[in-house]
Design a protein around this ligand. Sequence first.
Ligand SMILES: [Ca+2]
Length: 321
Amino acid sequence: MRKSTTSGYYRIRPRADREPFLAFCDMSGGGGWTVIQRRSNGKENFDRKWDDYKLGFGKFQGKNDEYWLGNDHIHDLLARGPRENSLKIDLMDWHGERRYAIYENFQLANEQNNYRLWFGTYSGNAGDALSGGSNFEDQWSASHRGMQFTTSDKDHDRFLTGNCASENKGGWWFNRCHAVNLNGRYYKRGRYKGPHDDGLVWSTWHGMWYSLKYSAMKIRASFFIDRESGDDVLLVGVFPEARGMDRVSSDSGAAFLSSAELPPEGDKNSGKDDEQAQRDTCDTFRDMPWSLISSVSQSNAQRLLPYSINQECDSPPDQYD
Ligand SMILES: [Ca+2]
């Protein structure tokens, strides 16, 4: 696999009318992932109230720093452009074994709708715990699909006589209450005991009474470049100097490129197939400070500028490993 853009913290700005913010861009496993949550050492307190979960909290420096990106930021990232997003969840237990789960069509409503959660098809090897587990009874009371966000000070769960966030020590899309709680209490061991199953839980892997060592939730667009639509442009990002791009430019400092300027698609003359053409496109942008992003229509491009998000170049987004 060829070298891709470096993982690290980037200042991103999914909405022009809001301030940019820092997020970790994970360029491994195909790249282009924006990390929205990470637990790794228990140093950060996740037992927080609504406004902290809304705006985000934690440390944004080291590659293992713990944070919650913030529900408003997550909502804005998911709402950018006319496209779907995938959610990938990386997990590790206390023996160093890793599992993952991917959900297509990950969505978050806005604050007026209490950041209601939606997600589609599951794939992976950690089990589909977000859907509540394997039997109907569990799914009815523990599925997180369609649930609103609950914190200790704002209760939107389906647990009538109590608050799941208070019991389980962190904000989450609780049902009555959960099969997953990646914002739970951080135990410095796997098996734990207590009055509530409040650990960092992914029930379909180690059950409710095992608290994981590591979790990371990350998102990216489900598609790469839509080359079908003649109206589409490839938005390349917001960067100070667009090296080697004479055709670029706009007053806002963002660059874009019409689909006519993309490398030929399966052009007989050039002898290139689609894959090669895509690699060429990627090569064009590889060394830029902001890597490329999304395909949006010309009219949307104007609306979305300035706009910068990372998108992978090395493999199609439907191949994860
Ligand atoms: Ca309740």
